[in-house]
Design a protein around this ligand. Structure first.
Ligand code: GTP
Length: 598
């Protein structure tokens, strides 16, 4: 039967190990694209993804492959995003597959992200095909990596494919292992429909396009369907597959991977992980593994030019259509005026959104330092969830505060173990485990407060390990900590957008560092400006910005006109990014300065 000749798989890889390049080789070899249509890195669709070299949104491609047994097989290659913020999406796209290619760079070995995603694949009972890529590199050590895969992941790597996605070496072997090792989908086309939504995106003309994998039953245009988790009902208008161009078909049945359109207006009605069934003959149970994603990191986003407020609201509305894990609500800050408090899955998710708003919608933003969500227990028994430090009640009213913790996995060469442990200790980490992966690489596990990761962790890790560390984390729960709110005063007034919640033990050091930073970042004004850090009524750090009027042109002797113009333009550009707080002009960087230590 046709079902016996379907293979659904994903590619698991750490960033830069060659996932996109290998996907391109597979597309080429199966001749899914005429050569001139073949753009480099077909699967990474968005500009931003290409620029950052990371995959944000998943996609799927339908391929035809003729095996050496003479039979034609249908492959569905499902792409997965490669960053910790999106691990739920990764887990759902893996749940749509029966197998996965595990790509490991022959010169780098297993990295934190590889491991995290392999565990997701193992949890989903996938058949894993190890591929050791970049064997063309002089520094490649494929035998050693093979051993590492067996030792660290604990799967059989004896038939691992040695590949070079760059030259195409190994591609044929990979395709034939896909046929031979990955099981065909099981399920019955006549059973009640169960189709997994593993991605969904919003199209201006068509509404929501759901990417689905049919597990049981058959779905056809004209049918009435129900989303089992949200209970919403719709009528299917179209189904089809991506070749990678969308091609409409009569039906999608057991094992098929493709798209479904049903005049759905909002991606939140077509949630990743939800199960589609028929309204008239529903399945008994939804597919397992559904979760609603809660934002973990919040920040304030305010237009530099307050007349952009409506444009910013429109931009967020449109972005939310495509991103059910983005949250926002209006807020007003004394310092920054009207804007929005926005919630994200993690730091990368936040950066991507900020960049899209500035770039695609042309709105200049002032963003506040990101904050996690605190559980605050008041002495009168009330419990608050605080995602904005300036909303923290007075210290006297607070009984205890809990903060989110994560389990962090860090992989580094031996030489950096000391440096990594020092960072983790300084960041209030709790040592959990350390494991040698081979004679010179170590896997270190710590429990850490999420707020410490938000606060300068990546940068410190990178600079102290010469960029060799790889890092991954997962949320493990809330714990009580000795936390206090620290306010920053400019010219005697609290600047709400600069308040932070800090651990009492590091408050003094943080306060001093923020005050010094602000002193350097805020240009001199026509009067002296005191900068203070306070906890309750206690000033814990203080500095002064001296009064002075700066004339940038006084430095240009004589007539170099272009230089003068450049300086004036630079000054103008700088001004655009300023916000007046009370009587003080504060540049955008100042609002992020609470984030970095150095
Ligand atoms: P993300 O999309 O960021 O997750 O990265 P990726 O895993 O898709 O990696 P990508 O395919 O973009 O490859 C990363 C870099 O490695 C690129 O510069 C590729 O040209 C290079 N590369 C990929 N495969 C090979 C290979 O077999 N040999 C060599 N020498 N370089 C390769």
């Amino acid at each position: 039967a046709r079902q016996q000749r379907i293979r659904n798989f994903s590619i698991i890889a750490h960033i830069d190990h060659g996932k996109s390049t290998l996907a391109d080789r597979i597309l080429e070899t199966t001749r899914s694209l005429p050569e001139r249509e073949m753009k480099d890195q077909m699967l990474d669709a968005m500009d931003l993804e290409r620029e950052r070299g990371i995959t944000i949104k998943l996609n799927s491609v339908h391929l035809k492959y003729t095996h050496t047994d003479g039979e034609e097989y249908t492959f569905h290659l499902i792409d997965t995003p490669g960053h910790v913020d999106f691990s739920y999406e990764v887990s759902r796209s893996l749940a749509a597959c029966e197998g996965a290619l595990l790509i490991v760079d022959a010169s780098q070995g297993i990295e934190a992200q590889t491991l995290a995603n392999v565990y997701l694949a193992v949890d989903n009972d996938l058949e894993i095909i190890p591929v050791i890529n970049k064997v063309d590199l002089p520094s490649a050590e494929p035998e050693k990596i093979k051993q590492e895969i067996e030792d660290v992941i604990g799967i059989d790597a004896s038939e691992a494919v040695y590949a070079s996605a760059k030259s195409g070496l190994g591609t044929d072997e990979i395709l034939s292992q896909i046929v031979e090792k990955i099981p065909a989908p099981t399920g019955d086309p006549e059973d009640p429909l169960q189709a997994l939504i593993f991605d969904s995106l919003y199209d201006t003309y068509r509404g929501v396009i759901a990417y689905i994998r049919v597990k049981e039953g058959t779905i056809r245009p004209g049918e009435k369907i129900r989303m089992m988790q949200t209970g919403k009902e719709f009528e299917v208008s179209e189904v089809g597959v991506f070749t990678p161009k969308p091609v409409v078909s009569d039906e999608l049945t057991v094992g098929d991977v493709g798209f479904m359109i049903a005049s759905i207006k909002n991606v939140s009605d077509s949630r990743v992980g939800d199960t589609i069934t028929h309204a008239h003959k529903p399945a008994e149970n939804p597919l397992p593994g559904y979760k609603t994603m809660n934002p973990m990191v919040f920040c304030g986003m305010h237009p530099i030019d307050s007349s952009d407020y409506n444009a910013l609201r429109d931009a967020l509305e449109r972005l939310e259509l495509n991103d059910s894990s983005l949250q926002y609500e209006a807020e007003s800050s004394q310092a920054l005026g009207f804007g929005f408090r926005c919630g994200f899955l993690g730091l990368l998710h936040m950066e991507i959104l900020q960049e899209r708003i500035e770039r695609e919608y042309g709105i200049g933003l002032i963003t506040t330092a990101p904050s996690v969500v605190y559980n605050v227990y008041l002495t009168d028994g009330e419990v608050l969830e605080i995602d904005n430090p300036s909303n923290m009640p007075d210290q006297q009213k607070v009984d205890t505060v809990e903060e989110p913790f994560v389990k962090a996995t860090i992989m580094v060469p031996n030489d950096f173990v000391g440096a990594v442990m020092e960072i983790c200790q300084k960041k209030r980490g709790e040592f959990i485990d350390m494991q040698y992966m081979d004679e010179n690489r170590v896997n270190i596990v710590y429990n850490l407060p999420l707020t410490e990761i938000v606060y300068d962790f990546f940068d410190q890790l990178k600079s102290n390990t010469k960029g060799y560390a790889s890092f991954d984390y997962e949320f493990i729960g809330y714990r009580e900590s000795n936390l206090v709110k620290m306010d920053i005063l400019l010219n005697g007034e609290i600047v709400d957008a600069l308040s932070v919640i800090v651990h009492r033990d590091s408050a003094y050091e943080r306060g001093k560092s923020i005050v010094e930073k602000l002193k350097d970042l805020i240009p001199r004004q026509q009067f002296e400006v005191p900068v203070q850090a306070t906890i309750g009524n206690n000033v814990i750090a203080r500095s002064n910005i001296k009064a002075m009027r700066k004339n940038v042109l006084s430095k240009c002797y004589g007539g170099d006109v272009t230089r003068k113009r450049k300086l004036l333009e630079k000054q103008k550009e700088g001004k655009r990014r300023m916000k007046s707080v009370g009587k003080v002009d504060v540049p955008q960087e100042a609002f992020m300065s609470v984030l970095r230590m150095d």
